[in-house]
Design a protein around this ligand. Structure first.
Ligand code: MLT
Length: 404
């Protein structure tokens, strides 16, 4: 018999969102007539912009003709799209050859674990997007360093307290806390990485939601970051591509391993071996998204989600809850003090019919928090607010033991 990969023993039985879905399904089974409102998984709800959708139609029609058909594209993605990404997101400070188009940031995070292998030690923010941790556990070896990110340190690790690791994962705007790193914070981390020979994996999937013009949208806004940082990003939340799928990773050509070998060269080898390129249709849609009209339409949708965030924020504030995030990010991180996140989740689902995401699902420091996503339809957000207004206790009342 084939032996199971022993690393799977270190994983929890389910990934976070399938576990939320399992509990929701069990509740629905017992209560088929109850309407549940989900502010849980960060899945987009608004239709694609007209410019993108027209392009998808046009491209798929072209593919149905002899003249317009083609098969494989370059594994790294179409050069025209890489050029557009370099221009729109990095003001041409990154070369198109340093951009690898993919089927999404989550898949790229998995591929990066393969690139660095089991021997690379990693540190993550706690709470953190679970994929950094689980993908590391699957490749195995080395304990993971968890860096507490709490209201006390403004959800950002102090570089003076960082352990000696090979890779540091940072996500900003942060999933789940909704906090956004400042230029000063990123400068301190870039100089820590340089001093310690470490690399930063920077997840900027929510950068388009930043409202404050002084906050950095990319780690490459920091001088010297190209020598120590990889950036992963995505069209999922930015352009509503959660179903269409498209992301990218920037591997600067100057990035080196210990013996001065090129990281870019190894990543190229890895991608050309494991991946046949992102879908031609997704790439055509992405190019349309980055056109002048596409960008304008997308901005309207981003504004819509950020209005959702402020509506939820307002409703929770009136009830006296302590809320973080939601200002430069589509997630709100709500503090419930000593309560256990999964118990809160269950209680709020059963008693107030609202689905949230338990903070402890993102790490130990997420215990006592719930994450709210602002990606719903306006109708659902309004229903959720009504539930909060009419069915939720004031925050202090929640401090008494939960009736479960
Ligand atoms: C989330 O809710 O955290 C996201 O949808 C997860 C993801 O982007 O994979």
């Amino acid at each position: 018999m084939v032996k199971r990969n022993p690393n799977f023993k270190s994983l929890s039985e389910n990934y976070l969102f399938p576990e939320v879905a399992r509990r929701v399904k069990a509740f629905k089974h017992q209560n088929p007539h109850v309407e549940l409102i989900s502010l849980s998984i960060g899945d987009t709800s608004q239709p694609l912009s007209a410019t993108i959708s027209k392009m998808l139609k046009k491209k798929s029609e072209e593919l149905g003709t002899h003249a317009g058909y083609h098969g494989y594209g370059p594994e790294q993605g179409a050069l025209s799209l890489r050029k557009k990404i370099a221009h729109v997101f990095y003001s041409d400070t990154i070369s198109p050859e340093e951009i690898f188009i993919s089927d999404g940031a989550k898949c790229d995070i998995g591929r990066l674990q393969l690139l660095f292998g089991a021997q690379a030690s990693i540190a993550v923010q706690d709470p953190t997007y679970p994929v950094y941790v689980d993908s590391k556990l699957i490749v195995g070896c080395h304990p993971i360093a968890y860096l507490p990110c709490t209201p006390q340190n403004n959800f950002f690790p102090d570089p003076k307290l960082l352990p000696a690791v090979d890779l540091l994962y940072l996500c900003s705007p942060n999933n789940p806390t909704g906090s956004t790193a400042t230029k000063e914070q990123l400068k301190s981390i870039v100089s820590w990485a340089k001093k310690n020979g470490a690399l930063i994996v920077y997840d900027a999937a929510y950068a388009a939601f930043i409202q404050d013009p002084d906050l950095p949208k990319s780690i490459y806004e920091i001088a010297g970051a190209k020598e120590v940082a990889i950036e992963v990003s995505s069209f999922s939340k930015f352009a509503g591509f959660t179903g269409i799928r498209l992301g990218w990773t920037v591997i600067p050509k100057g990035l080196r391993f210990e013996q001065y070998e090129s990281v870019h060269q190894d990543y190229t080898r890895l991608i050309t071996t494991f991946f046949n390129g992102a879908s031609i249709l997704s790439q055509a849609g992405a190019e349309a998204a980055l056109s002048e009209n596409g960008l304008e339409e997308i901005q309207r949708t981003i504004n819509f989600y950020m209005e959702n965030a402020s509506l939820i924020r307002h409703a929770l504030q009136i009830k006296g809850y302590k809320i973080y995030g939601g200002m430069n990010a589509p997630y709100l991180w709500v503090d419930f003090g000593e309560k256990k996140s999964w118990e809160l989740f269950q209680h709020l689902m059963e008693e107030t019919h609202l689905i949230t995401t338990p903070g402890s699902g993102f790490g130990l420091c997420g215990e006592g928090f719930l994450r709210f996503s602002a990606f719903g339809t306006r109708q659902n957000i309004q229903k959720a607010i009504k539930h909060i207004e009419t069915k939720w206790p004031r925050s202090l009342e929640l401090m008494s033991p939960l009736p479960i």
